[in-house]
Design a binder for this molecule. Structure first.
Ligand SMILES: C[S@@+](CC[C@H](N)C(=O)[O-])C[C@H]1O[C@@H](n2cnc3c(N)ncnc32)[C@H](O)[C@@H]1O
Length: 259
């Protein structure tokens, strides 16, 4: 793992700390505590995000019939990773995970296993290079068939208009009937506390966060058909229970179909 520097906090490990995981180092825990002091509900917000992941992937497999997923910015293995949710519904599902953190890749390779009927691959890849991701993913996924691309709390690391260009390039490679799923930290929910939390992150992390408002996140779905209820707080996208719906979150989330 040549790029590994455990003295600097990294978002994958800070996120793991917020989720109550064990795959983090002292620098990650320190920033985790500093950010939780600015916005204590971050620990609920990340759980609401994982619950959204489960509902979105379950919807796509069980209700739409999607059997292929490309999960970019996959994060450290946690409870209910994309392939586990998808293969629970449809064991033959094929999933490609991509992340640019070498720790994520080594943990994913060590811990994640496909069903025998399905397939799993892991790419060391940058979301800002969609062509490279698409070329490698095509070894496992058939892009002549529908694919769901999941970009969950990762596009905040792609600044300005580039995020829209990345999404457009990815979706251009997919056939009609493919889907895009996004969750994204908001500039217009709990604005003061969240902005202070992000200021603390950006002052000590190499990965710089750009917040977007609801209109900005909705704009990332340009040209696609948003599935009801549209772009909403992550906890309010088709919640399974009142408890899920009430979870505090600073994330916008949505799911859309390519027409
Ligand atoms: C906040 S975590 C989200 C993990 C998971 N998608 C989820 O929502 O639970 C963000 C992940 O994106 C990865 N990441 C950040 N910038 C990236 C980039 N430019 N390309 C690929 N992965 C990136 C980080 O390494 C981290 O694992």
């Amino acid at each position: 793992m040549p790029d590994l520097d455990v003295t600097a906090p990294h978002i994958s490990r800070v996120y793991d700390y917020w989720l109550g995981g064990k795959d983090n180092f002292a620098a990650d825990r320190e920033l985790g505590e500093q950010t939780m002091a600015a916005y204590p509900d971050i620990v609920w917000s990340v759980r609401a995000n994982r619950a959204f992941l489960v509902r979105a992937v379950r919807f796509l497999t069980a209700e739409v019939g999607i059997r292929q997923f490309l999960d970019i910015g996959a994060g450290l293995p946690s409870a209910d990773n994309v392939h586990e949710v998808a293969q629970r519904e449809a064991p033959g599902s094929r999933i490609v995970y991509a992340d640019n953190d070498p720790v994520v890749l080594s943990h994913a390779r060590a811990l994640l296993r496909s069903t025998p009927q399905g397939a799993l691959d892991y790419l060391d890849a940058d979301a800002r290079d969609p062509d490279a991701i698409l070329a490698s993913a095509a070894k496992t996924l058939d892009f002549t068939q529908p694919v769901a691309i999941t970009l969950l709390t990762v596009l905040q690391f792609v600044p300005g208009d580039e995020a829209g260009a990345v999404v457009a390039r990815l979706m251009a490679a997919c056939v009609p009937g493919s889907f895009l799923v996004i969750s994204h930290p908001a500039s217009d929910i709990e604005a003061d506390h969240h902005a202070e939390m992000v200021r603390r992150m950006n002052s000590s992390m190499a990965q710089q966060v750009t917040l977007r408002d609801r209109a900005g996140v909705t704009g990332l779905f340009a040209g696609l058909e948003l599935v009801e209820p549209g772009v909403v707080k992550a906890s309010q996208w088709r919640p399974d229970s009142d408890i899920q719906a009430a979870m505090p979150t600073v994330l916008w989330a949505g799911l859309a179909r390519k027409p």
